[in-house]
Each structure stands twice: as structure tokens, then as C-alpha cells.
Design a protein around this ligand. Structure first.
Ligand SMILES: Nc1ncnc2c1ncn2[C@@H]1O[C@H](COP(=O)(O)OP(=O)(O)OP(=O)(O)O)[C@@H](O)[C@H]1O
Length: 251
């Protein structure tokens, strides 16, 4: 069973340190971790550092992995697509990054089919990337990331371009994927209610540091929202018993 822990992780762009000394508990297969925090806090930078795209101090301790660092897959926030490929070609290309050679097996085609069906984009399979809407491109970007057979998924605001139905569909899907396939899923989110609803653990990044880390219900508090986001808010249970953030205004 895969586990991941960050120990004193930092990152810099040139001489500018953007992230320093991020420590986390050991995360286990099946867990979904919300990475939350204000704009420019360092969430994407943390993902890039964990994915090996940036250098910096500290250790990314991965244990019980079949694939090693190759199993850490990052879905970027930027979903612009310039390649002249169809949707299915672009997903196959992502899958092929993990394997030698370009021959496509029936099993790989079936895997791509299954991913597009799960994300509700099977009807887009032969459309060119350049002619998709923003939300459709985001769903294809998620499909490309899943095709890489991840053990650790780093999803950078994966629902930012999606309508409400698709947001719920994708987050439900990520949750069941984590549990059924034993993935550890990190999701950078700005919607704190989605973090409360879909994630087990919250890691709050602010000013390039991990300010809080723990179970969502312990970390997402009125005090944290005031200190980190500078808003006045209450956390209340709705009639269905689910906890929600109600925002009263800026602090
Ligand atoms: N390629 C880069 N070169 C230099 N500085 C960068 C680069 N990418 C990001 N930064 C800076 O690093 C800091 C953290 O940016 P990052 O993208 O990690 O924030 P974020 O928490 O993901 O923000 P957002 O919620 O707005 O997406 C910001 O000050 C940003 O300007």
C-alpha cells in the first residue's frame, strides 16, 4: 500500500524561495487531501515540487510504490491545448509516456475508452483539442492524467472550469478512484465546501508555508478562515447533517 510524506519540503524559482519547510503526516492509499490557501500561496509550486518538476530542499518520502516517482502524476492548472490531436490521441499519448514504443494495444484502447466513459466525454473522442470548450478541455486534461496510471494524483484546481454537475461528478469519481484503486489524491481547491465534502484531510498553504494540516473538520474552522483568507465565516451543519461554510463578509 502506497504512502507519502513530505519532510521539510521547499521550492524556489531562481533565487526566490516560494515554499519553505512543508511537513505533513504520512498519507495513505485511499486518502483524498485538499490543498487549500489563498492565491499565490504556493499550492501549484508544492505540486510541481512533489512531481519532480522543481528542485528544492527536503524529502518526498514515497513507500510501498509499484512505480516509484513515475507514479506521481500532476494535472496542471493551465489547460490550454495547442497540439493538433484528437481527444483520444492526446489521452493515448499521455498513456504512452509511461511505456516504451508506440504500438497501441487493445488493452490500452479499452483503458482510454473506460476513462472517457467515466468522465462523460466519450462523445468527444474524435474531436480536435483546439475546438473544445474550457470545461471540455479540463475533462480531457483529467483523462490524460488518469491515463498515466497514477499512484499519487496531484490535481491542480481540476474543477475550476466545470459546471456544477460536472464538478460533483468529477469529485465523486476522484473519491471512489482513491478508495477503489488505493491512490492518494491531492486536490488544490478554492471551494472550501468541496474540501469539506470530498476530502479527508486539509493542508493549508499560506505565505509559502504549511500553516495547518489535519482532518478537514479540525482544520477548516472560522479562525483558520479569518487568519488565512481574511473572511468572517461560520461552519454550520445543514438539515442533512453536512457541515458547510457560510461566509458573512471580509474580515
Ligand atoms: N515560473 C515561475 N517563476 C517565478 N515565480 C513563480 C513562477 N510560478 C509561480 N511563481 C510565483 O510563486 C508564488 C506561488 O505561486 P503558485 O502558482 O504556487 O500559487 P498558488 O497557490 O497555486 O496560486 P493560485 O491559487 O493563484 O493558483 C507566486 O508568488 C507566483 O508569482
Amino acid at each position: 500500500m502506497v504512502t507519502l510524506q513530505l519532510q521539510g519540503v521547499g521550492a524556489h524559482y531562481g533565487s526566490r524561495t516560494v515554499l519553505a519547510n512543508v511537513n505533513t503526516p504520512v498519507f495513505h492509499a485511499g486518502q483524498v487531501v485538499a490543498v487549500i490557501g489563498p492565491n499565490a500561496a504556493g499550492k501549484s509550486t508544492l505540486f510541481k515540487r512533489v512531481a519532480g518538476m522543481l528542485k528544492g530542499p527536503g524529502q518526498i518520502v514515497l513507500q510501498g510504490s509499484r512505480k516509484g516517482l513515475e507514479g506521481i502524476c500532476y494535472m496542471p492548472q493551465d489547460i490550454s491545448a495547442t497540439a493538433r490531436l484528437t481527444v483520444v490521441e492526446s489521452i493515448l499519448l499521455a498513456a504512452k509516456q509511461q511505456h516504451q514504443g508506440w504500438a497501441v494495444s487493445d488493452a490500452e484502447l479499452a483503458q482510454v475508452d473506460a476513462i472517457t466513459v467515466s468522465l462523460g466525454i466519450a462523445d468527444l473522442a474524435f474531436r480536435n483539442l483546439g475546438e473544445l470548450s474550457g470545461g471540455q478541455r479540463q475533462l480531457v486534461s483529467i483523462a490524460q492524467t488518469l491515463a498515466r496510471d497514477p499512484e499519487i494524483l496531484l490535481m491542480d484546481e481540476p474543477t475550476s472550469a466545470l459546471d456544477l454537475h460536472r464538478q460533483i461528478q468529477v469529485l465523486d469519481f476522484m473519491r471512489s478512484l482513491a478508495q477503489e484503486r488505493g491512490l492518494i489524491v491531492f486536490i488544490a481547491l478554492h471551494d472550501i465546501n468541496q474540501a469539506l465534502r470530498y476530502c479527508d484531510h486539509a493542508l493549508v498553504i499560506a505565505n509559502g508555508q504549511a500553516q495547518h494540516s489535519g482532518p478537514c473538520e479540525q482544520v477548516i474552522t472560522a479562525a483558520m478562515l479569518r487568519d488565512v483568507y481574511r473572511i468572517r465565516a461560520r461552519i454550520e451543519s445543514c438539515s442533512a447533517g453536512t457541515r458547510h461554510v457560510i461566509v458573512d463578509g471580509v474580515a
